[in-house]
Design a protein around this ligand. Structure first.
Ligand code: SF4
Length: 393
């Protein structure tokens, strides 16, 4: 990995770019596209001090937008966004886990673009426009794939990604058979490896995706989120983007959903997102079985019934996903958040499971899981009869 540290606090990217510091390093000249004015990000989640950047990513318009949003960050040139041993695959970073997420970004170019079939929450998984997350949910599978301290990597070749998606949607033609994903649109999940609401703070990739799907009448974008970013209310999705607010009882979220928006804030945002033109679904995930879970889920469902508007209820649906955990993540979590493991790691009711991507995980035993799913579905039918369950597993 080639590395050069450059302090770029004096950069000026607002009009014609002045070639200084990091821009010189990344060979950005006055003929390159002008980056529009950017307001520096002020967000509790992102106090960015270092941006690791592939040269081509930093020199691209999207890369320069990100750098302009974090003007005080040091930029460090790297050969590949995947080869950052001090960030990735380093469980020893556990004592700095949250700090690395707050203080670090990575810029890269996504080399291979592919859309994969899914068939559960979405028909397809779109190529990521980022991966990693500034939040730190204790059960999150994203760090298992990438290594443990997994700050946000932004992929800057957004035009290639949106062009790929347009071609993929065109090849499908109209959706003629309704399925659990949607009645009449092909659904593309955007946020498999990140949280799009936070990604939208870092760059306009999510805005570009929302704009892309606005013009695709046979398709719909979809992402689950645990963060309320009200900037998304200005994107005019015209019903072509589905936001799935992830919910669980606040007592669980308080312990497990580290750095996220509180449950009450997520619920309070639902009506506003519906009014702004989003389809808003719910994502009951992960469902954690523990003493008292039924009473707490009942309270959550009653809160939804009390607080959501008729318009929100009329278009709502949910998915139910029982907790899956992982032994490696369990070991790491013991080093930074052992209380979470009292909820997540319960070998007496769990069994091994090989995931779709070959990871050895644990999930609730078949009988325990079946009973939990049935009980939660019964509670939903009783307390929120307006809320169809798209799928549960
Ligand atoms: S918000 Fe999503 S991607 Fe981020 S840490 Fe939580 S589960 Fe992982």
């Amino acid at each position: 990995m080639g590395r050069t540290g450059v302090r770029n606090g004096t950069r000026e990217l607002r009009a014609a770019p002045v070639v200084t510091d990091a821009l010189t390093l990344f060979d950005v000249g006055p003929d390159d596209d002008v980056v529009p004015a950017e307001t520096p990000v002020e967000n509790r989640l992102l106090q960015v001090r270092t941006v690791y950047a592939e040269p081509a990513a930093a020199a691209s318009p999207r890369g320069r937008q990100v750098l302009a949003r974090f003007p005080a960050a040091e930029v460090v040139e790297v050969a590949s966004h995947w080869q950052l041993p001090e960030l990735h695959g380093n469980a020893g970073n556990v004592d700095r886990w949250v700090r690395v997420k707050s203080e670090t970004l990575v810029l890269g170019v996504k080399k291979s673009l592919s859309t994969r079939p899914n068939g559960r929450s979405a028909d397809f998984i779109a190529p990521s426009t980022s991966n990693g997350c500034a939040m730190a949910c204790a059960y999150c599978y994203v760090p298992r794939r990438k290594g443990y301290a997994n700050p946000i990597t932004v992929f800057t070749n957004i035009e290639q990604i949106t062009a790929h998606l347009r071609r993929h949607v065109a090849r499908q033609g109209p959706k003629t058979e309704p399925n659990q994903c949607d009645r009449d649109s092909w659904v593309y999940d955007l946020g498999e490896n990140s949280d799009c609401s936070v990604d939208a703070v870092v760059s306009d990739n999510v805005a570009d995706l929302v704009a892309t799907f606005r013009d695709l009448p046979t398709a719909k974008a979809s992402f689950a989120t645990k963060f309320v970013n009200r900037q998304l209310l200005d994107l005019d999705p015209q019903g072509r983007t589905r936001v799935r607010f992830s919910l669980m009882p606040d007592a669980d979220a308080h312990l497990l959903d580290v750095r996220t928006s509180r449950i009450a804030e997520r619920i309070a945002a639902i009506d506003d997102f519906v009014a702004a033109g989003y389809e808003v679904h719910l994502n009951f995930s992960p469902v954690v079985l523990r003493e008292g879970w039924e009473a707490d889920w009942t309270a959550l469902l009653r809160q939804l019934d009390d607080e959501l508007s008729p318009a929100a209820k009329a278009q709502a649906a949910t998915e139910v996903i029982m907790l899956t955990h992982n032994e490696g993540l369990h070991e790491v979590n013991l080093g930074w958040h052992p209380q979470a493991e009292q909820l997540l790691w319960r070998p007496e009711v769990q069994q091994p499971k090989v995931s779709q991507n070959g990871q050895l995980n644990v999930r609730y035993r078949n009988d325990v899981k079946r009973a939990g799913v049935q009980r939660l579905q019964a509670l939903i039918a009783q307390h929120t009869p307006w809320l169809p369950v798209r799928y549960a597993f």
